[in-house]
Design a protein around this ligand. Structure first.
Ligand SMILES: NC(=O)c1ccc[n+]([C@@H]2O[C@H](COP(=O)([O-])OP(=O)(O)OC[C@H]3O[C@@H](n4cnc5c(N)ncnc54)[C@H](OP(=O)(O)O)[C@@H]3O)[C@@H](O)[C@H]2O)c1
Length: 316
């Protein structure tokens, strides 16, 4: 561990800690020794899975603070108890995050804010709606954070493994498990994408929390073993599973048409995200500019990240 990480551990507040990436952030925060609080809308939920999750947070030593992103007083009160605020609110709530900026300014104690990004670098994307608008909301929030002079780190972890890998990168079949005969490939399938297992995203994010090298920077996650094209991914799966898949290529123009004319939610959003990731190669088609960004596996080489190869073995 480098000396920059040996300062006392910041107190962390996670907003959206019960969500898909949020829960991993909470557990990583606790694991790495941070005093951890979670802003929770409902502390006595009816959903049994949520009850179990909240119970495991408390048993692990986290504090539940009742509050809501839409309730200013509760937000300020929770933020006053933290040094670092991490937002992991979902895609539907990202547009409400200026409320966090207002609360951070009022509280006046925050050393660092990590907004809910957890995807591609929002300043480097080349796609169409609906993903284009979602990314624009996240990019506008960056501009607001910078204009208000709020210390920050933007987490550009790229593609979640649990979203994209179970269908072997086929966004037309998310949730269906690995394909048995045919697979849809957008474009020629040769652009490189980056896949990250959620637990590792959380570990790298929490390592960055008190690290001066990541202050006011983009924390990119680009583990060398996890930078693969869709074609690479399919070949890897074929070798592992012993199956041969028929590739059905959809040319870029047809993907546009599909998004605009035919695809309903959520396929339209998945296709517009995939256009950027798998066709345009927006996650890996640039060198990281060291004046604005750092790469997580280079900063923390001791973290033993899960490779795509390892993750696919779990699907067998
Ligand atoms: N890179 C990728 O492949 C990828 C994939 C998916 C998402 N993402 C990004 O990751 C980020 C997090 O998304 P996610 O899918 O993990 O989120 P999610 O599962 O939808 O979770 C949303 C969280 O926000 C909380 N929340 C909702 N409304 C709230 C409110 N009014 N006040 C306080 N908390 C509220 C929810 O709490 P409740 O339990 O109370 O509902 C939940 O904890 C987003 O920026 C998203 O775009 C990236």
């Amino acid at each position: 561990m480098s000396s920059v990480e040996e300062t006392p551990k910041s107190r962390v507040l996670v907003i959206g800690g019960t969500g898909h990436i949020g829960k991993h952030l909470v557990f990583a925060s606790i694991r790495l020794g941070h005093s951890t609080a979670i802003l929770v809308r409902d502390t006595t939920p009816s959903d049994p899975a949520k009850v179990e999750l909240l119970k495991s947070f408390i048993e692990s030593g986290a504090a539940l603070l009742k509050g809501d992103l839409l309730d200013h007083e509760s937000l300020v009160k929770a933020i006053r108890c933290a040094d670092v605020v991490i937002s992991a609110v979902g895609p539907r709530q990202v547009k409400e995050q200026p409320r966090i900026i207002t609360a951070i300014k009022e509280a006046g104690n925050v050393k660092r804010f990590m907004p809910s990004e957890f995807g591609s670098d929002v300043d480097r994307l080349n796609t169409v709606d609906p993903a284009k608008s979602l990314y624009a909301v996240k990019a506008n929030l960056r501009r607001l954070i910078e204009a208000e002079g709020i210390p920050h780190t933007y987490v550009a972890c790229n593609s979640f493994a649990e979203t994209y890998l179970p269908s072997i990168g086929d966004v037309t079949a998310v949730g269906a498990g690995p394909p048995s005969n045919r697979i849809t490939v957008l474009g020629d399938g040769n652009s490189k994408a980056v896949f990250m297992v959620e637990e590792d995203i959380a570990t790298y994010t929490m390592r960055a929390v008190d690290d001066a090298r990541t202050l006011n920077k983009i924390l990119y996650m680009r583990p060398p073993a996890n930078v693969l094209s869709h074609n690479d991914l399919i070949l890897l799966w074929e070798k592992k599973s012993g199956r041969t898949l028929q590739r059905v290529h959809i040319p870029e123009e047809e993907v546009f048409n599909w998004i605009k004319v035919e695809a309903a939610f959520p396929l339209n959003i998945l296709l517009s995200l995939a256009l950027s990731i798998f066709v345009r190669g927006d996650q890996a088609n640039f060198n990281i500019d060291p004046t604005i960004g750092v790469e997580a596996t280079k900063l923390y080489p001791d973290v033993n990240y899960t490779t795509v190869d390892d993750f696919l073995s779990r699907l067998l």
